[in-house]
Design a protein around this ligand. Structure first.
Ligand code: PMP
Length: 351
């Protein structure tokens, strides 16, 4: 092995969700929103003055930042905007997870946390969920270098009550606790309200799920102004973390359409609950997901064979194997009502 190879950063390899481009497919594998972005987003696309691309964008993303802050009753200095919440979280790791002590996150959880921790050489400990995929807040009340967990969790969809989130934040005043709320709009109670009370909590959200803009890459977070200032200091050194002018305009149009947001999230929640009833009738086992996906397994069949059969039909879901769980699980994103009806019809015939 060559010297440089010995020193290379060995990261946990990450396999991104498939992004097939087929004319007719039902894409339920990466938790995107099945509905188009708010109508105002298309208007911006059609009327955007191309001359604005000649000039640098606003590095502070002030238009979008203040629109997001206003929507959530926060101040601009409590708000940070980045290129997708993946990048916001990566920056939070870089900025706040620097102690020699391990950071804590659940096992099972969003598969990027260990990738970033490895890449940035941050020690970490993964704390197993219980048999029902529940996170026990007590497990996070011990010496550590920082904490991150999604709420609802991914890929399980299980929601931690706000009181349990608060318990974790309160028990860890000396470290930063990151609550990743990528899926909070589908039925959970946000931890944003904790920011006034605790200076060590950061709440991250995204436009990729409830605002139908996964392709534009917009993420943001809220926290105490001191934390946000540190984050901005780190951001300035990394030009690729600066959002482009068109994306800023698209995101601003999306955040300003509250009615459309309310309508589409309500439809997704309704379809999710309908899908739960159908999957239950067909013998699937799953928790009470509060996100835009269902993490399910069928105890009587080969779930991987089902995954392959769905794929043949151009119905894309994701499968997860966990060494400690016997059955592999399927994670099924919630599509339109029509798409989910097609899925259920397929499953009725398959089983
Ligand atoms: N957090 C969680 C829990 C997620 O599932 C995702 C989406 N894969 C993200 C963050 C990142 O979303 P984005 O970068 O599109 O904002």
């Amino acid at each position: 092995m060559r010297k440089w190879e010995e020193n290379v950063r060995k990261v946990t390899p990450y396999t991104p969700g498939e992004q097939p481009k087929l004319e007719s497919m039902i894409k339920l594998n990466t938790n995107e929103n099945p509905y188009p972005p708010a109508p105002g987003v298309e208007k911006v696309l059609r009327s955007f003055d191309v001359n604005r691309l000649r000039m640098y964008p606003d590095p502070l993303v002030n238009d979008l930042r203040s629109a997001i802050a206003k929507r959530y009753g926060m101040t601009v200095d409590q708000t940070f905007v980045g290129v997708g919440s993946d990048d916001v979280i990566a920056m939070l790791f870089m900025t706040f997870f620097n102690s020699k002590k391990p950071i804590l996150f659940p096992d099972i959880t969003y598969s990027f946390y260990d990738v970033w921790a490895d890449m940035l050489r941050i020690p970490y400990e993964q704390i197993p969920l219980d048999e029902q995929f529940q996170l026990n807040p007590q497990d996070y009340c011990r010496d550590n270098g920082g904490i991150i967990f999604p709420n609802p969790n991914a890929p399980t969809g299980e929601l931690l009550p706000l009181s349990a989130v608060e318990q974790i934040v309160q028990a860890n005043p000396d470290v930063v606790v990151i609550v990743d709320e990528a899926y909070i709009d589908f039925g959970g109670e946000s931890a944003i309200g904790l920011i006034e009370k605790y200076d060590n909590v950061i709440v991250v959200q995204t436009f990729s799920k409830s605002r139908s803009l996964a392709g534009s890459r917009i993420g943001y977070c809220f926290g105490n102004p001191t934390l946000i200032k540190y984050l901005n200091d780190v951001k300035y050194s990394f030009n690729s973390y600066t959002m482009d002018a068109l994306t800023i305009a698209l995101g601003t149009a999306a955040i300003n359409d509250e009615d459309y947001f309310a309508q589409t999230t309500a439809k997704i929640i309704q379809t999710r609950e309908w899908t739960k009833t159908q999957l239950k009738r067909l013998g699937f086992v799953f928790g009470d997901s509060m996100s835009n996906f269902i993490f399910a397994t069928h105890p009587k069949i080969d779930n991987i064979a089902l995954f392959e059969a769905l794929r043949e039909e151009h119905i894309f879901v994701r499968h997860f194997n966990h060494p400690k769980r016997i059955a592999p699980y399927l994670r099924i994103s919630i599509g339109t009502q029509e798409e989910m009806e097609k899925l259920i019809t397929f499953l009725e015939n398959y089983l």
